[in-house]
Design a protein around this ligand. Structure first.
Ligand code: ATR
Length: 279
């Protein structure tokens, strides 16, 4: 009998850690399944995703640049997927329809709270960037009862548009990087794609409050420029998004398989592998 098939689609996808993470989860749960990484350019998404499910695929993760296309493809969306207008998890339902969900925001919040003991309630949070990554995390963060959520972006109109869209959920404001002068935050999240090109948004001094935390949604074998900036600012913690990656995967695994994996051994293993690469 063949095993249930899962995959991650993206472009580029070669260096994805998702197949490794899901095979560790499957091993832990004692479940037999396959999970592969498949290179899918946006223009081929519709054709490839349709074929995947028609040929017995049970579930998919979709990453850059396919999350909006996956959102449009789903027959039904969870509330959090509706709000984020992006889908990272597709599931074949028993009736043959396709459910679209977004586990990114929940993965971030779980990593912050459960893995790093960061208190979100009543805290002042800043998100750098106003693209798809930001859209996916706004509602899950606001649900934690923040004092304020500020979005700063190079293109200020995009930040203002997002703030207007989510203003009914909580206290949210928007502006440019220059507008951040004389403000302080307990948690600063980097959701720009600047890290990918080794860049950093222009940030004023004293932006991070005493005992504040920095968190880059991106991750790498080396500390990202934003993680290094956080260390320079004497952050209590300056973290990258490896934990979020594992937590969003765990939530997807739960949606597909009904079993919630223990993420700690997987995060520890991936962390030890990258420190052995850099030492
Ligand atoms: P993603 O899905 O990863 O969020 P995106 O939707 O393309 O990708 O958004 C990228 C974000 O990174 C945007 O907020 C972008 O700013 P603009 O809206 O002004 O384009 C931001 N960004 C990318 N490179 C940047 C840089 N070098 N400095 C500051 N912001 C940058």
């Amino acid at each position: 009998m063949s095993v249930d098939r899962y995959a991650v689609f993206g472009h580029p996808i070669k260096h994805s850690k998702s197949p490794r993470i899901h095979s560790l989860f499957a091993e832990q749960a004692g479940q037999a399944l396959s999970y592969s990484a498949i290179e899918v350019p946006a223009k081929h998404f519709q054709k490839v995703v349709t074929a995947f499910f028609a040929n017995g695929g049970k579930g998919l993760n979709c990453t850059v640049p396919l999350k909006e296309l996956a959102w449009a493809f789903a027959d039904r969306l969870t509330e959090r997927a509706k709000l984020s207008k992006a889908v990272n998890t597709l599931k074949l339902e028993a009736d043959g329809s396709i459910l679209g969900d977004n586990t990114d925001g929940c993965g971030l919040v779980t990593d912050l709270i459960s893995n790093h003991d960061i208190v979100l309630s009543n805290s002042r949070v800043l998100i750098l960037g106003a693209g798809g990554a930001t859209r996916g995390i706004i509602a899950p963060l606001l649900e934690q009862g923040l004092q304020t959520l500020t979005i700063a972006n190079r293109t200020v109109e995009k930040a203002c548009g997002l703030a207007a869209e989510f203003q009914d959920i909580g206290a949210i404001s928007a502006g440019s990087f220059a507008d951040l002068q004389d403000q302080q935050f307990d948690l600063i999240l980097n959701a720009t794609s600047a890290s990918l090109t080794g860049q950093l948004p222009p940030l004023p001094e004293d932006l991070l409050a005493a005992n504040g935390v920095c968190y880059d949604l991106a991750y790498g074998n080396e500390p990202t420029p934003f993680v290094r900036w956080g260390l320079e600012q004497q952050a209590a913690k300056s973290l990258d998004g490896l934990g979020m990656l594992v937590e969003q995967a765990a939530e997807a695994f739960f949606i597909w398989r009904g079993v919630r994996p223990d993420t700690h051994p997987v995060i520890n293993l991936l962390n030890s592998e990258r420190s052995s690469k850099t030492s």
